[in-house]
Design a protein around this ligand. Sequence first.
Ligand code: GLN
Ligand code: ZN
Length: 762
Amino acid sequence: MSKKNWVTGFARIGEQRELKKVLEKYWKGETSFDEVVEVSNMLKVRHWKYQKDAGVDAISINDFSLYDQTLDMIEILGLTPDRFKDIEDKTARYFAMARGDKDHTAMEMTKWFNTNYHYIVPELRSGMKFNIDISKIISEFEAAKKEGITPKINIIGPLTFLGNAKRIDSNELDALGLFNEVMPAYIALFKELSKLDEQVIVQVDEPILVTDKAVELSLLVKEAYTKLAEVAENIDIYVVTYFDHAKEAVAQLIQTPIKGIGLDFVYGSENCDVLDQIAQSGKKLIAGIVDGRNIWISDIEKKVDFLNEIAKTVAKEQIIVSTSCSLLHVPYTLKYEEKLDAQIKSWLAYGVEKLDELNIITKLFFEGAEALNSDEALKFAQNREANASRKSSSMIFDEAVQERMKTIDELKKQRIEYEERINVQHEKFNYPPLATTTIGSFPQTPEVRAVRRDFKNGTIDEATYIEKMKEFIKECVEFQESIDLDVLVHGEFERNDMVEYFGEQLKGVAFSQNGWVQSYGSRCVKPPIIYGDVSRPEPMTVFWSTFAQSLTDRPMKGMLTGPVTILNWSFVRDDQPRSETCYQIALAIRDEVDDLQKAGIKMIQVDEAAFKEGYPLRRVNRPAYEKFALESFWICTNVAEIDTQIHTHMCYSDFNDIIDTIEAMDADVISIETARSGNILLKVFKEHGYKKEVGPGVYDIHSPRVPTVEEIEKQIHSLLEVLPARQLWINPDCGLKTRRWEEVKPSLENMVIATKKVREEV
Ligand code: GLN
Ligand code: ZN
């Protein structure tokens, strides 16, 4: 049967986070692995059924994973790192690789392209022996067949697998140099897959082909897919790309005997340029048009128009209608959203709702409106209505914000000269060289969480809540004074999350009840939904910061989350450019900065933890991102008076290629996460002649270990080899919220002692 539509992949954590719950129970030793398997099997069947019921022709297997599909791929190919080979039990080894155990540190984890999903980084070396094990695929294949589905088999392609891997036997940034060694493993895998059925469909995911690497990869693309297609006649290979265009690779792929190519037309509109090549090749075009990354409803009519546009070049019979990428990146279903405003809800489509859209679009495109049954026709009508209301709703368009946005260009500039302001600031604050501080949060103890929860549930009233929070702050401030930190913070006890806290207070931002998306392993996040014009009805942090300041004579840093980070960690409206939304958030934060300084908070930290994360996959698109990201940071910080000191913080990132942008952000002080990478990161600052003050984290907060005085002293000395004391701040490398007081107290105490010792020496 020829396929008309296709779902790249489905989420697996479960609509009630069933997989998360059973995994965590299992890890705690509270249940057996049998229960994990049972829940997994139930979820797989449920997800297949959702797709089948929605009329999806091409449904995946092996998109399910107990932890991560790259880790599964390592197991399937048998490319287990040597350091885990002493663990005989397959399950124990799998989870040791994912999470570490008492004898093994976990494998590294990193972001899957430009998403918030993290995959396990394969550790490869030359001379590794592979060992194909497709038992997982076989069991899923059989289970799917039992459900009346002839599935496609999802695997991660060799180029993406190698491009995302690291070499443990060389300094190369990826493992593409092992192409000739790993291809035989893939060939052996395909041989095994060919035995599964008379005809086997394999979806090979190659998102690496949408990155800048695509150019250097073109020869390998052709070689890889020529070889794989030769393995067995009965395998139909579909190479699927997503997150951007894959134009370079298409030119190569059409020269290989694969059956079809998947392209993302939502985030890679340039893919339209290669339609004629695909048309001539006769290959199938898997046209990714239903957004797999965001939660807004499709405009079904427009999508059908777009497909008709494609059909002017590519024959209809060649086209398969698809999601833009796996539905892993969106929540499951709106079914459990009972509290969301009905209007906003009508604008949303999570995974299951996207299946319906795909079905309706497919029918309209191939057969016309007559083909819709009454339920589908109703959904189509509702879709039209919802799209119309989204274009005019007063919930989305806020005149005051629009008015303000007209003058935004005037605000896109840096503050007055750094040299001038830093002198004024030194005079005002009089902090010593190697000033000590923290990144903001202090331990979120069960007690702190309970108070927040009780207030949310209404178990305690506002006055009680405020009293209790004030106590936490007071204790925190007293502790910081007692160990003699130079610049204090209030501790962020009132926040459960650095984005959610602000999102909840901003107009134009909504929160779902059940909009969970897998971040890694059993971890899920519930991103805010930015649906309309953003503004700040009232001050968000001034109350807590001024209370904290009233307790001490030392400078108290105000703590804000920056606009770029709020943007990058949310589902962002798609009816205006992301830059516009970012500027609106920046205006809201700007008002907060101003209110803080007016209230006497003269050191203000605007965290941009996710600044680097939002970088586009293709270099050509970077300047546009950097422009609005920078401008947004300026908009919210250039309201600061000359004697207001602006801090920022960035979590671990590769700063190498963005150092000029960091300089241009123009923060007076930046704290960065460097504890785990020695001085390499800091050297980048030095080499680029970075002039402003820097707080390179002197110890790793991700570990419960308490660093000794000597260790930190040594660390500070090595910092001093790179930058002068006057330019350096001393702080941990990120917020302390995940740590316990038992660890935080001695660690910070040691940090201050070490700093004082060094100060005396220099
Ligand atoms: N101020 C925040 C905190 O300390 C920063 C967190 C972060 O960088 N992720 O928790
Ligand atoms: Zn951080």
